[in-house]
Design a protein around this ligand. Structure first.
Ligand code: ADP
Length: 252
């Protein structure tokens, strides 16, 4: 008997060069189509009226990961989502009962975010703000700052080791310090190829150093990103100190 390789029937398969008629009808560009195939892992309620734009497709956090992030808001009231995009994270924080201040510099993104929050019935828990996080940050009060800063588009994958200085629009250290002025309870979602050796340097920006937990985020066995939890967002168990920690990880 010969073994045959079967395709995963639960996942729609993409054929190179072939445009999915359904995606074309929805106005999905060829560039975004590969993300469109993952639409239900980005938003499980996709069919109920979720709206995206080109950037939104590749920058939204997969829902399963956003739910994990949101689990850490238990016991906290206000979450500031600093680069909220199409609201993949803001929605999940709100579903956990937190009040969210969702900031994005692009008014079109905020309009999509408001629509998407309505699809999930959580719009009342979110204050949508159009603006530059760095300008808005100084007077802001919040219990958690969530940072999912621009990774520089899909080309981040071409870099072997993504260093903190590559984050946009400003390096990761400066960004972290801006967030830290609001609260030490920070959740930071970073590319899967982030330089893990650099990561503890963020907690060393405080004295004493902030507690840090590093989580590798897989969806269907694919590493999608790395989450850093600081301060009171660190899980009670396991609890890692801010000391250097190496994780075996591979980029698929
Ligand atoms: P990526 O490079 O990961 O694809 P994007 O360029 O899509 O990220 O940026 C993520 C989100 O952050 C976008 O919705 C963008 O409008 C928003 N954004 C970028 N700069 C700022 C800023 N200074 N303040 C608030 N939101 C911002």
């Amino acid at each position: 008997m010969t073994a045959t390789k079967t395709s995963n029937l639960t996942q729609p398969q993409r054929v190179k060069g072939f445009r999915n008629p359904e995606a074309s009808k929805e106005g999905i560009s060829p560039l975004s189509e590969k993300y469109w195939y993952q639409r239900y892992s980005l938003f499980s309620k996709y069919d109920q009226g979720i709206q995206m734009d080109e950037e939104g497709w590749f920058s939204v956090t997969p829902e399963e990961i956003a739910i994990r992030h949101a689990e850490r808001c238990a016991g906290h009231e206000v979450v500031i989502d600093s680069f909220s995009g199409v609201a993949g994270n803001a929605i999940q924080f709100a579903r956990k009962g937190c009040h969210v201040i969702a900031i994005d510099i692009d008014p079109a993104k905020v309009a999509l975010a408001m629509n998407n929050a309505k699809v999930y019935g959580v719009e009342e828990y979110i204050d949508f703000v159009v603006g530059d996080f760095f300008t808005l940050a100084p007077p802001l009060k919040g219990d958690i700052v969530f940072l999912s800063p621009p990774w520089g588009g899909p080309s981040y994958k071409d870099i072997q080791t993504f260093t903190l200085d590559l984050l946009k629009p400003i390096d990761g250290y400066t960004l972290f310090q801006v967030a830290q002025a609001i609260t030490p309870n920070i959740i930071m979602f970073l590319p899967r190829n982030i330089n893990l050796e650099q990561v503890p340097e963020l907690s060393w920006l405080s004295s004493p150093p902030l507690e840090l937990e590093v989580e590798l985020n897989y969806v269907q066995n694919h590493l999608k990103g790395v989450t850093l939890y600081f301060g009171s967002t660190v899980a009670t168990s396991p609890r890692f100190s801010s000391e250097y920690k190496v994780f075996p990880y591979e980029v698929s």
